[in-house]
Design a protein around this ligand. Structure first.
Ligand code: NAD
Length: 303
């Protein structure tokens, strides 16, 4: 169920030509929403581009009786992201839900990573979350200032890599961790305009996980289809989630989890300034008491 009458509901899903975004677009359309299906149509590493994937998903949705329109702008650019938001408003008369989902991978160990591999991944994920959210936020702020009541949603896409760490992905993990921080702060800022901001960390079989044996192994026993993640995203867009904001959720093979954020663990205090000798005494004891970081499945190893 959506936040208001589904017939009035307008959803933008970025990177909706494949994988998870395609599944989200279908789920929203099946719930009656009008969907802007954005996709640059590039390769797994972000190279190239084509109208094919976005239009194909639109054709699937319209063939099933849904409402959708294609957009092929690059959401990592200021103007491309604005064009997506404008298209939603111009075509369907407003915007209720923005799902920031577009993504690429350029994995490389840190010692060999190029500047281009770093910049492109940070751009698509982090700037590609900021830019659409920024333009959507301006639209919702202007509505609020004009006296309209918003009941709007931003749903970002982070990753176990960013939350827990995965070797070979300093670029991707840093961007995805950044999206976690962005989500928390944007939630604080946009609450006054009637907008919630949350993030989802999915695990699914898509072209981005093609080369991850651990994901294929897990898929032998649990359903890791992208469609398994979409119900959580649609729920976050719905009335039951109107007071849920600034949260990160994980969805993996039928399990949904609230991901708990950074917090101070064991601590010590001095009224003066710590000496190296004091820290030698205090910090090992604090570390011994502190919970270990979670692994890629989100579980803390036993202590
Ligand atoms: N598959 C997983 O297990 C997994 C795990 C954690 C996070 N994620 C995240 O989920 C999201 C979706 O990934 P997926 O696995 O479905 O991959 P995917 O490659 O199937 O889909 C991503 C889509 O984003 C599009 N895209 C890339 N750059 C774009 C740009 N600049 N503008 C517009 N569209 C662009 C691509 O063309 C592609 O169709 C990504 O943000 C990814 O990082 C996926």
């Amino acid at each position: 169920m959506l936040a208001k009458d589904p017939g009035d509901h307008v959803v933008v899903v970025t990177g909706a030509g494949n994988g998870l975004g395609r599944a989200h677009a279908h789920a929203f359309a099946a719930a009656g929403a009008a969907v802007v299906v954005n996709d640059l149509g590039g390769g797994r590493d972000g190279s190239g581009g084509s109208t094919g994937p976005a239009q194909h998903v639109v054709d699937e949705i319209t063939a099933a009786g849904g409402r959708a329109v294609a957009n092929t702008d690059d959401i990592s650019t200021w103007h491309g992201a604005k064009a997506v938001i404008d298209q939603a408003v111009d075509t369907f008369g407003g915007l209720d839900v923005l799902v920031n989902n577009a993504g690429i991978l350029r994995d490389r160990m840190l010692t060999s990573m190029s500047e281009a591999e770093w910049d492109s991944v940070i751009a698509v994920h982090l700037k590609g979350t900021f830019c659409p959210t920024r333009h959507a936020a301006e639209y919702w702020r202007n509505r609020a200032k004009g006296g309209a009541a918003n009941d709007a949603r931003v749903i970002n896409t982070t990753s176990p890599s960013g939350l827990f760490g995965n070797p070979g992905q300093t670029n991707y993990g840093a961007a995805k961790a950044g999206i976690g921080g962005f989500t928390v702060i944007a939630a604080m800022e946009l609450a006054r305009y009637g907008v919630t901001v949350n993030a989802v960390a999915p695990t699914a079989l898509t072209r981005l996980t093609d080369d991850l044996p651990a994901v294929h192994k897990l898929a032998e026993t649990v359903d890791l289809s992208p469609e398994g993640v979409s119900p959580l995203v649609v729920w976050l867009a719905g009335p039951s989630a109107s007071n849920v904001t600034g949260r990160v959720f994980a969805a993996i093979g039928g399990t949904v989890a609230v991901v708990e954020g950074w917090a101070h663990g064991p601590q010590a205090h001095t009224d003066g300034r710590w000496t190296q000798q004091q820290l030698d005494e205090v910090l090992p004891a604090l570390l011994a008491k502190a919970a270990p970081n979670a692994d890629m499945t989100g579980q803390r190893p036993p202590q």
